[in-house]
Design a protein around this ligand. Structure first.
Ligand code: WT7
Length: 681
């Protein structure tokens, strides 16, 4: 980042800035790639210009099958809560499964790859997927009495049963809320309570790093915590992991826990017609971290979301029905929803679901999977690319796979790392897209259409067709492209994939994402409601966007969002803790990781054991992903005269950068004391 760019970034964000590189030159895709690409027509950007908004998005809606075609493409009468494709009736499960049967019933829909190499890969055809989705939908309808509009929380690991569960619920119009399997039972409980779920669907166990993890135990914790908060889960439905024998040590609770695999036998051969749902009916909730402690349930609609997932999968991911596509994200994140499940299945591709970690049992595993399944589209995050590069820089060359296309997502990618991805993983042949987006946005905001726009390492690319980014400074003035000045990146217009609201909290939706640059709060015109992404960005002359990082209190660890308040609240669960402040620290592989600063209540002493207890609390409250690099128990927090903790100073100490002027603090002496601690490790 240049000094000029830096100047524009606010105090909080400075510590979060991940990008320290400059513009790079272009790379072009091969003629071979272009010859087969789904989208090669440069006029797509004109077709999706603001002048043609919102009608341009008809092109995406027409990738889907509708029971009843929509009447109005965009209803803004409740702006900024928009309704896309109003009047339309559609079912997501039908679009991802049933409609492919006639031509492609025998084609593989899902390749489930267990982590243990001695276990066979499960190849689920579209026909088989249809059968399994129907049977499970019958169970959900009959045994659970679930119906359209109900919410169900899923806390499942990577498995074929996860999309089967999502699609069975979607078939009935039931709203699914999948919680990342690595999250704690307590995190699942918060989401059960917020969504008002009466059923929890989970799995007994799964493999990770060669170990069989008991996952069922988390369901007990989720159940109890939710009950304490007044939400009564009626049944816990437990899938047995691939292989179909119960493999958790935690015993079943009688009357509450049900083994799906057993119960399902009563539903063999049963069929359930997909329920035609209004286009704007919610399809799922996906919780994400924000500036307060409570995760937000981003509510995604059926028609708009699915149209956007399908359209972007077709044009950006370049998915054709004959492709074998592997996105290494977890289905518990939005990336997995849009780009493992809904997008690829809507397009009738074969999608790979891998249970485990990329380097188990060795650094060649990913490339072996790619070779064995003939994967030709590969999708992952910089954190994984950095790790694979570190542990096996020469591994890809040993395997015989052929990627035509690769994606990076979740955080900025260093040009050096990008070049390794391009030359070594992609063998110089694959087109790369860097895709910038968010849980809230349902699909890509900025990227390149790979056969139309060249790649530029370290830049996400221009706004997607139909997505019109704008950068504002803190006063709300537009920062024109090509000035090298950073600002708050917003999107001028709504789009079909965007979330509809925060579940049960419209006010928070409006205040957090729209208030800041709203031109008229009474307006029903979308032009008055720019969407605030929460990221800082610089736009180059050519319209390519470099995302610098978050400007709010969100830390992006390995491409996953953790709210600072969420982390701090977890630390405060430990009774000795008086105050907690978390800051991001640069990390080679993860991008950043959290450093936790703690001030104790009077009468308590700092100790290694206490620091560990605090770190353990982060893991049990949130999950292993929240583990701090270091817990610093400090004599006091550096504070302004008005009592605000100066996280910027803590971040500078953790990152070994200049703390700047501390004379305006109420307690400057404490900075020196903390610096001394840090230098002693
Ligand atoms: C935040 C959203 C996108 C789905 C997975 C993460 C950062 C995301 C990029 C990228 C630079 C990126 C942003 C964004 N981010 N993609 N390609 N380049 N930064 O979804 O957990 O909702 O996080 O991740 O800061 O706001 P999420």
């Amino acid at each position: 980042m240049t000094e000029k760019e830096k100047k524009e970034v606010t105090e909080v964000s400075e510590a979060q800035i991940a990008v320290h590189w400059q513009e790079e030159g272009y790379y072009y895709p091969s003629p071979k790639f272009i010859a087969q690409a789904n989208m090669t027509d440069e006029t797509i950007y004109d077709r999706f210009s603001l002048d043609n908004f919102p009608n341009c998005f008809k092109e995406y809606a027409d990738l889907l099958d509708w029971y009843k075609y929509w009447d109005e493409i965009l209803d803004t009468s409740d702006a900024p809560c928009y309704k896309w494709f109003r009047g339309g009736l559609i079912n997501a499960s039908y679009n991802c499964v049933d409609r492919h049967l006639e031509k492609n019933g025998n084609k593989t829909a899902i390749h489930f790859v267990p982590e243990l190499e001695e276990e066979k890969t499960d190849h689920v055809t579209y026909q088989e997927l249809w059968v399994r989705v129907n049977e499970f939908a019958a169970l959900l309808q009959d045994y659970c009495g679930l119906k359209a509009g109900d919410r169900v929380t899923l806390h499942m690991p990577m498995s074929a049963e996860l999309p089967i569960t999502m699609l069975a619920l979607a078939r009935l119009g039931v709203i699914h809320s999948q919680v990342f399997g690595g999250f704690s039972g307590k995190s699942a409980a918060d989401r059960i309570v917020d969504s008002g779920s009466e059923y929890l669907i989970t799995m007994d166990a799964y493999y990770r790093g060669g170990k069989l993890l008991d996952h069922k135990i988390k369901a007990d914790e989720a159940f109890e915590t939710a009950a304490e908060q007044g939400q009564n889960v009626k049944k816990v439905l437990i899938w047995q992991r691939y292989g179909g024998k119960y493999s958790a040590e935690t015993p079943l609770v009688e009357g509450r826990d049900v083994i799906v695999n057993d119960l399902l036998k009563n539903y063999y051969g049963k069929r359930v017609d997909p329920v035609p749902m209004p286009a704007e009916a919610p399809l799922f909730l996906m919780y994400t971290s924000g500036t307060t402690g409570k995760p937000k349930g981003c509510q995604h609609g059926t028609g708009g979301y699915l149209a956007y997932a399908a359209g972007t999968s077709k044009y950006v991911q370049d998915i054709h029905p004959e492709d074998v596509y592997w996105c290494m994200a977890d289905i518990g994140w939005i990336t997995g929803h849009s780009y493992i499940v809904y997008g690829p299945l809507a397009l009738c591709a074969s999608t790979v679901i891998y249970e485990g970690i990329p380097n188990y049992p060795d650094a060649g595993r990913c490339w072996r999977i790619a070779q064995d399944l003939n994967v030709n589209i590969f999708h992952t995050a910089p954190t994984a690319i950095r790790a694979l590069r570190k542990i096996g820089p020469d591994e890809p060359a040993k395997y015989n796979y052929d990627f035509k296309h690769m994606t990076t997502v979740g955080e900025p990618i260093e040009p050096e790392v990008w070049k390794w991805y391009y030359k070594v993983v992609g063998k110089g042949k694959a087109a790369i897209v860097d895709t910038w987006w968010q849980t809230e946005t349902g699909g890509f905001l900025c990227s390149t259409i790979p056969a139309v726009k060249p790649m530029k390492p370290g830049s996400a690319g221009p706004g997607m067709p139909g997505i019109h980014p704008v950068v504002y400074d803190d006063e709300g003035h537009e920062v024109p492209p090509g000035q090298g000045i950073a600002g708050n990146i917003c999107i001028q217009n709504p789009w079909p994939g965007m979330f509809q609201t925060i579940w049960g909290d419209r006010d928070r939706f409006v205040s957090q994402y729209f208030e800041r640059y709203c031109k008229n709060p009474d307006s029903k015109d979308w032009r008055d409601w720019p969407y605030l992404t929460g990221d800082a960005a610089v736009v180059a002359e050519d319209g390519y966007v470099r995302i610098l990082g978050r400007i709010d209190d969100v830390i992006n660890v390995s491409g996953h969002r953790l709210g600072t308040k969420e982390l701090e609240s977890a630390a405060l669960v430990v009774p000795e803790v008086a105050e907690a402040a978390v800051v991001p620290v640069k990390h080679d592989i993860k991008g950043v990781e959290p450093d936790m600063f703690i001030a104790l209540k009077p009468g308590f002493e700092a100790s290694e054991a206490l620091a560990k207890k605090i770190n353990d609390a982060l893991i049990t409250e949130i999950g292993p992903i929240a583990k701090a690099r270091k817990v610093w128990i400090v004599p006091d927090m550096p504070k302004t005269r008005s009592g605000k903790i100066m996280r910027r100073i803590l971040a500078a100490i953790s990152n070994g950068t200049d703390v700047g002027d501390t004379m305006t603090l109420a307690n400057p002496e404490v900075v020196e004391a903390i610096q001394k601690m840090a230098s002693e490790g």
